[in-house]
Design a protein around this ligand. Structure first.
Ligand SMILES: [Zn+2]
Length: 349
């Protein structure tokens, strides 16, 4: 089975009311862990690469690894997605590499830091949609700004700053004007491990303040405007499980006390139109904890496989549980996957 356009995967998820995780990858072990979890739980899956990941892998390595994932798992609808593309040029590069989906994040300017004007966002997103849809490639856009910085990308908005949340009325107009296939909404989540600035008296982290009602408002306004079941995207949606942070710290790590997005909040979002859930940080913590454990317990070891194997295993366990919690499990065989050519024809209609 070839890699599939993300639009189909999200539209199918909308029909049955589940979410699909989009998991960031940089190397072979991460891709193998995610694909094993998808295969065993029979889940469609989105594997995504940031610009940083593409640079890290010299473009070609990651492309070939993702292709290998699709070849090895012909029964799993697999999307190859560019995370936070910063310009039309970056999106063109990804599409040239065979990505079946791209995100253009023009909520920021091309430097990936400066908050852009609404007009710039509309214009840039529209240009990417035009180029991508001709080739059957899906486009995710972003309206409003997320907190935090990941891989050098982000305006550095504080985790609890609510002034850049997505405006529901503007969301409708934005989708009408750009034709993007799915929209990342800013509802108070932020990238990275430290999503909350709130602590109790004992110094324990309190959950991030989320504006979940925005999801509901956006969904309702979109439905009223003729976009029922329009797929929304939640970024910065790691739950930062304390037990994984504890493993890191037990074996010599120094992560600060923190709290991520509770799974029940994500599930609440899924019931209201969130179809793509971005997860990166949780995987990083799982991998780091597993590697630290091997180093601490068996310092005589020096074969990279001795620590990369447990790291892969830890990531697999984490992702498998997410696929179950997001409701993705069991849906890989629900539909026949479309090619990019078939998808391109549907856009022309
Ligand atoms: Zn993001």
């Amino acid at each position: 089975m070839p890699l599939v356009p993300m639009k189909q995967v999200l539209d199918e998820a909308a029909k049955k009311g589940y979410g699909v995780g989009a998991y960031n990858v940089n190397n072979m072990e991460q891709i193998q862990a995610i694909m094993r979890a998808a295969s065993e739980t029979k889940s469609p899956v989105i594997i995504q690469a940031s610009r940083g990941a593409l640079q890290y892998s010299n473009l070609i390595y990651l492309q070939k690894l993702m292709e290998a994932a699709a070849i090895e798992n012909p029964d799993i609808p697999t999307v190859m997605h560019l995370d936070h593309g910063n310009s039309l040029d970056t999106c063109k590069t990804a599409i040239g590499l065979g990505f079946t989906s791209v995100m253009i994040d023009a909520s920021l300017e091309a430097d990936g830091k400066t908050i852009a004007s609404y007009e710039y966002n509309v214009e840039t997103t529209r240009s990417v949609v035009e180029y991508a849809h001709e080739r059957g490639v899906t486009v995710e856009a972003e309206l409003g700004c997320l907190g935090g910085i990941e891989d050098g990308h982000g305006a550095g908005i504080a985790a609890d700053d609510a002034t850049h949340l997505t405006d529901p009325d503007q969301a409708v107009e934005f989708i009408q004007k750009t034709g993007c296939d799915c929209l990342a909404v800013a509802i108070g989540t932020s990238h990275g491990a430290y999503k909350t600035m709130r602590y109790d008296k004992e110094g324990n982290a309190l959950p991030p303040r989320l504006a979940l009602d925005r999801v509901e408002q956006v969904e309702q306004k979109l439905a009223a405007a003729g976009y029922p079941n329009y797929p929304l995207v939640m970024h910065g949606s790691s739950s930062v499980p304390p037990e994984l942070v504890d493993i890191v710290n037990k074996y010599g790590g120094k992560m600060k006390k923190t709290m991520g997005i509770p799974m029940q909040d994500i599930q609440w979002g899924i019931q209201r139109g969130v179809r793509k859930i971005n997860v990166d940080t949780d995987g990083r913590i799982a991998i780091t904890g597993a590697i630290r454990k091997v180093f601490a317990e068996t310092p005589e070891k020096f074969d990279p496989r001795d620590y990369l194997k447990p790291a892969r295993e830890a990531l697999y366990e984490l992702i498998k549980q997410k696929m179950i919690d997001f409701g993705t499990a069991g849906h890989s065989g629900d539909y026949k996957c479309m090619s990019l050519e078939e998808m391109a024809r549907t856009y022309k209609k």
